[in-house]
Design a protein. Structure first.
Lengths: 139, 182
């Protein structure tokens, strides 16, 4: 019985709170205050947006610069390697020319002639050996 | 509703006139909720103002899968919850009898004062979380799913908070009724 009374009181009071809507005095004033409140916010919002754009663009620029730097570094390394390889190639200078001032072109020409001479000598040696075994008109 | 969504889209583009429409449409609703939670007209007005400024700042985060009213309730509840916690920290307030209705007529004044007194009488001793759940469930009559979205509490926690709050409020109502009879 007591519980039922309690519940009826509870329902009645709650019903009253639900139905009685507190009246907002000076609603227009409040709208005005809110609108004034958001003005600096929208200003600062624009500023933040601008800064964000600047930051984004500078990041993009930094990435591009970094990429260019990397590409440049890698290609330079490649060039360096070529240069190093070319420098480490040994040019054998025959003893006969050692200590003499001979231009690179002449040295190369000498080496070329020397090689031709060697080939000719080898060929004549082979011919001599062949003739010794099989005779001059064997073929 | 279509109109409101169009206005929200325009607010996202920074249209303050569209936002003025939103404020005029929902300010009474937010004020009522804030008044029921804070039991003070000035505090409720401040909370309403703060809520709408936060709505403007975060309008781009609003997801259309939720009801717009649920989303703005969530912001309002957060604002009021912070105020309630602050109030609880500062002091356990007594029923204040300050003259806030000097511009309205005396009858209305008495009426609102009584409403404020009732709400305050029956809910002032509740912890902020229980007060929030009680107000949303028993006074605003929202369903558990919506309260869960607004408060971030699980349905189980909502139920337990509501149970404790109802026990307390029933006791307070009895005290209130008996004091009125005397």
């Amino acid at each position: 019985m007591n519980q039922a009374v309690n519940n009826s009181h509870y329902d009645r009071v709650l019903q009253r709170i639900r139905t009685e809507i507190p009246k907002l005095d000076g609603g227009e004033e409040l709208v005005g205050e809110i609108m004034r409140g958001i003005e600096p916010v929208s200003e600062s919002k624009r500023e933040v947006k601008l800064w964000k754009t600047i930051l984004w663009l500078s990041n993009v620029a930094a990435v591009i610069v970094l990429c260019l730097f990397l590409v440049e570094t890698l290609s330079l390394e490649h060039v360096d390697e070529d240069v190093r390889n070319s420098l480490t190639q040994t040019i054998f200078v025959p003893e006969i020319l050692d200590g003499k001032e001979v231009s690179m072109t002449n040295r190369v020409r000498f080496l070329f002639n020397e090689k031709n001479e060697q080939a000719k000598r080898k060929e004549s040696f082979n011919e001599t050996v062949w003739n010794a075994f099989y005779g001059t008109n064997a073929n | 509703m279509v109109n409101v969504i169009a206005k929200i889209d325009r607010c996202r583009e920074g249209d303050t006139d569209a936002f003025r429409y939103i404020v005029s449409q929902y300010q009474q609703m937010i004020f009522t909720l804030a008044f029921r939670l804070l039991c003070d007209e000035e505090d409720a007005k401040d909370a309403t103002q703060e809520t709408f400024i936060k709505i403007w700042q975060n309008i781009s985060n609003y997801k259309k899968q939720y009801k717009f009213t649920t989303w703005i309730y969530k912001i309002a509840v957060n604002v009021c919850y912070d105020k309630l916690r602050l109030e609880q920290k500062i002091t356990k307030v007594e029923l204040r009898d300050c003259d806030l209705y000097s511009n309205s007529n005396p009858e209305e004044h008495l009426y609102e004062k009584e409403l404020k007194a009732i709400i305050k009488e029956i809910t002032s001793g509740l912890p902020p979380k229980q007060k929030l759940v009680f107000t949303l469930c028993e006074i605003e009559e929202l369903d558990t799913g919506e309260i869960s979205v607004i408060t971030g509490l699980t349905p189980r926690k909502i139920k337990s908070n509501l149970y404790l709050a109802k026990q307390y409020v029933k006791l307070k109502i009895e005290e209130y009724e008996s004091s009125r009879k005397q």
